[in-house]
Design a protein around this ligand. Structure first.
Ligand code: BMA
Length: 842
């Protein structure tokens, strides 16, 4: 997405995709008949679309992501907005009806047809379906949607807040609205609460009946995985008496028809069970291919086709094993079983990919999710403060074999339980989202919320306002509408305390925020961020079952700062830079940096030092959590992406540039991974983990060397690992100092190289750093090969290209003395040359 600064010229003709909009004082729109007045000074807006983007395109506001523009946009949310368009009335026979569907209105909306108010909506996550049969007039019809200022709609409602000073919820009342919560500002995002028609609008003439629902379920997969039992259920909504049938066709990945049947619908419903022999299973990448079947359902009324739906579905079962862990008495597992196989979830948390959620399109999703898959991830968690993503998100996850942990959209707040309309609205939202998403094979878990229970416990709330949803409404609706997908009450949740390490999932914010998992006896807002409390080495104390959040903030690459900041603000400590840091205090990162790199003195050092600390810290954490397989069965990093060009915990920035951490994580998430761990009494241990379903046999070459280029000793270790096994494969003595390192590499490319330093980065004794020899060659299909040869060990070697579409076969790596690395640099459409690439190291 890009924001055009110049005003649009001739406005596009009005249609359900192309509207005009204008703002009014609250109530003024109706008084002045906004649905009828001249459109002369109204500005163009797309549906689905966003008010801020339309305003920026018409030069009414600056680019909202530009330097400190957030404040200039603050007026938008307090205005009443009207959107208008026109449509031609289609012909509607007596056995037909005319249905207008708004997939999503954000948020307090009223719909007007030819000047008459016909409907209202107050939950951006619930579609509005209107039957316009008999209500339209011949010829052109005027359609308008008005959006009231959110503050006017929460005015007078009792505030619901956490009992601690500095609580920002009461001020915004965000928790009294069913609207994306992050819009009111988060500790990684600006305050830009959206308004408008954020999802598609469609007008459809239906004949006799329509398909209300198609449900696809994998009921069972045999232990040998050679048979599967499926159920396909169809519900139709008939509005005239007719004989209904549904033609169901299931096509296997190779194109063969696996099942074909015509079902008679009695009372509008029918279902069929299908037994598949030798099914192509849907698997995560380390287990196999994410095979998809094509399900086509055609609804027939009195023998004629009247409606159709196509779904891409996967044959797979998903469950969460919470049985007792025999090796850690008192603890229970929290591990996903995919087709009965226990997997380690390697992934990250997802936040909306733009503050303007309407504008996130398929290519934007694909870019980010592809990056996640390329970083060896098999799960993403959609965090509860954003939105239920557009369909394309889940389609791409289905294709890539990425499991989705789906939070319901509740985050870090109490939610009203005593307002019947609110309760009803939540129930409708939960039902509709379950119905929309349940057929996706990527869907792994429904989760009640983000951090409501844990913050409630931390602030001593005796009864959590919101439990009605997490404990009653959501589990009931999930069991009724999607019984084969597991439900979990919150993230984190489980055990004697919501953030208990002996059960369920944990958010580890010891590192960064200074709040240890259990027991959480620190009040929110009184975090202890002394360097020794937040050091990333404290991940080693975490004996969690499944860590669903942990992270460290870092600056994006310099190119991103250049795009976001005017030249005079590209200075370490500038106001412009500070405005991109949303966590408090603004220098929180310093406590992380002092023990790792020391504090920066300029912007380039700020970029490098924060990126180094994030990368080293996440590597340390991932290695620890994966060594604990199966006692720990998941690592979801906070956070994969960004909603604007800011400074956050993301691995990939708003534009799509990976930080150093992205490449470190990619290596640490390799399905087969080798890591070192300090043993007791000066010993060092080499651990290996295998996430594949098949055993592996390989050789690990271990070397104890110095930065001066000396090799103290080398050793080859033969390694045999079973499926999903983690084990110490070698233990030895390596009394290294600040000038030494121990390295491991695979003799047969079975796992990425790794190393262990014996001192913090800032204390390493590396002697003189000698520049590498860099050569360029052209590779296949326009690729550029960069050959980097080091005569002395080099660290943090990285390649930069000022284009976020560029991919590197590896980046931000180390080189040993005498080592040469060939990096393949590719671009989807450009041929790259030497002039595009900068090579840096430290
Ligand atoms: C967790 C998340 C987010 C937050 C992040 C960093 O609490 O759930 O709410 O942005 O940590 O503080």
């Amino acid at each position: 997405m890009s924001i055009a600064a110049e005003a649009t010229t001739a406005p596009a003709p009005l249609s359900l995709a192309s509207w005009r909009m204008k703002d009014f004082d609250f109530g003024e729109g109706e008084r002045t008949k906004a649905f009828d007045i001249d459109l002369g000074d109204w500005i163009g807006a797309d549906a689905p679309g966003d008010i801020y983007l339309a305003l920026a395109a018409a030069s009414r506001i600056p680019d909202p992501f530009g330097d400190r523009a957030e404040a200039d946009c603050a007026w938008v949310i307090d205005r009443e907005w009207w959107w208008r368009t026109e449509f031609d009335a289609p012909n509607v026979r007596t056995d037909q009806r005319l249905i207008l569907t708004f997939e999503g209105l954000d948020t307090f909306a009223e719909v007007w047809l030819n000047g008459e108010r016909i409907a209202a909506s107050d939950n951006m996550f619930v579609p509005l379906r209107l039957d316009l049969t008999g209500r339209v007039r011949a010829g052109v019809n005027g359609l308008a949607v008005s959006f009231a200022p959110v503050a006017k709609r929460v005015e007078g409602k009792p505030a619901l807040t956490w009992p601690f000073a500095g609580d920002a919820i009461s001020k915004t009342g965000r928790n009294l609205t069913r609207k994306a919560q992050f819009g009111w500002g988060w500790d990684w995002g600006p305050t830009l609460p959206t308004v408008g028609i954020w999802k598609p609008v469609a007008l459809k003439v239906e004949t006799k009946a329509s398909l209300a629902d198609v449900v696809f379920t994998t009921l069972e997969i045999s232990p040998e995985r050679d048979r599967a039992k499926l159920r396909i259920a169809v519900t139709a909504d008939a509005f005239v008496a007719a004989t209904l049938a549904a033609k169901v066709e299931l096509t296997a990945p190779g194109g063969n028809l696996s099942a074909e049947q015509t079902l008679t619908l009695a009372g509008g419903v029918a279902s069929v069970d299908v037994d598949l022999i030798s099914p192509s299973l849907w698997l995560t990448p380390e287990l196999g291919a994410a095979d998809l079947y094509d399900l086509a359902v055609t609804l027939e009324a009195d023998g004629a086709a009247v409606d159709a739906r196509r779904l891409r579905v996967g044959v797979r079962t998903i469950a969460v094993d919470q049985s007792p862990d025999p090796d850690e008495p008192g603890a229970t597992f929290f591990r996903f079983l995919l087709n009965g196989v226990s997997i380690f979830a390697r992934g990250a948390c997802w936040i909306p990919a733009s503050s303007f959620v309407a504008a996130v399109d398929e290519p934007h999703y694909r870019k980010l999710l592809q990056l996640a898959a390329e970083a060896n991830m098999n799960m993403v968690r959609i965090w509860g403060g954003g939105v239920y993503e557009h369909d394309a998100f889940y389609d791409i996850c289905d294709e890539l074999g990425l499991l989705v942990w789906q939070d319901f959209m509740f985050a870090c707040a109490p939610y009203p339980e005593d307002d019947p309309a609110f309760v009803e609205s939540v129930a409708a939202e939960v039902r509709v989202q379950i119905e929309r998403l349940r057929h996706h094979p990527s869907l792994a878990l429904w989760c009640g919320n983000n951090e409501c229970q844990v913050i409630g416990a931390a602030v001593g709330a005796r009864e959590l306002a919101g439990d009605l949803y997490y404990e009653e409404i959501m589990p009931k609706l999930a069991a009724e509408n999607d019984p084969t997908t597991p439900y979990w009450q919150g993230s984190p949740y489980g055990g004697p305390h919501p953030n208990s390490m002996i059960a369920g999932d944990v958010h580890n914010w010891t590192v960064w925020h200074g709040v240890p998992p259990v027991p959480v006896d620190t009040m929110v807002g009184q975090f202890s961020i002394a360097p020794e409390n937040v050091a990333y080495t404290r991940y080693a104390e975490d004996m969690t079952r499944f860590v669903s959040e942990y992270g460290i903030q870092a600056s994006p690459v310099m190119e991103t700062l250049k795009r976001a900041l005017p030249e005079d603000q590209r200075v370490y400590g500038s106001e412009g830079l500070q405005a991109r840091i949303k966590d408090h205090p603004k220098n929180k990162v310093d406590a992380m940096l002092v023990t790792v790199t020391g504090l920066p003195t300029d912007l380039q050092e700020y970029v490098d030092f924060t990126q180094i600390t994030q990368a080293e810290g996440l590597k340390f954490g991932i290695e620890h959590f994966r060594r604990r397989t199966p006692h720990c069965s998941g690592s979801l990093i906070w956070q994969l992406n960004d909603c604007w060009p800011g400074i956050s915990w993301s691995l990939v920035d708003y534009y799509g540039f990976g930080k150093a951490s992205y490449y470190y994580v990619k290596r640490a998430y390799a399905p087969v991974m080798a890591s070192f761990k300090a043993g007791t009494d000066g010993a060092i241990e080499l651990w290996m983990v295998n996430d594949h379903m098949a055993p592996i046999s390989t050789r690990a070459e271990v070397a104890f060397a110095s930065f001066a280029g000396e090799t103290h000793w080398t050793k080859t270790v033969a390694v045999d690992l079973g499926p999903t096994e983690s084990r110490c494969v070698w233990r030895g003595e390596a009394a290294g100092g600040a000038g030494d390192m121990i390295t491991v590499r695979s003799a047969d490319d079975a796992f990425p190289a790794n190393r262990w330093f014996f001192a913090p980065i800032k204390d390493l004794e590396r002697g003189t750093v000698t520049a590498p020899d860099v050569r360029f060659e052209s590779g296949e299909d326009g690729a550029l090969i960069v050959i980097i040869a080091a005569s002395r060990p080099l660290w943090f070697v990285h390649l930069l290209v000022v284009d976020e579409a560029v991919r590197f076969s590896d980046n931000y790596f180390d080189l040993m003395a005498g080592e040469t690395q060939r990096v393949v640099v590719t671009h989807p459409s450009r041929t790259l040359s030497e002039a595009h690439v900068t090579v840096r190291w430290r």
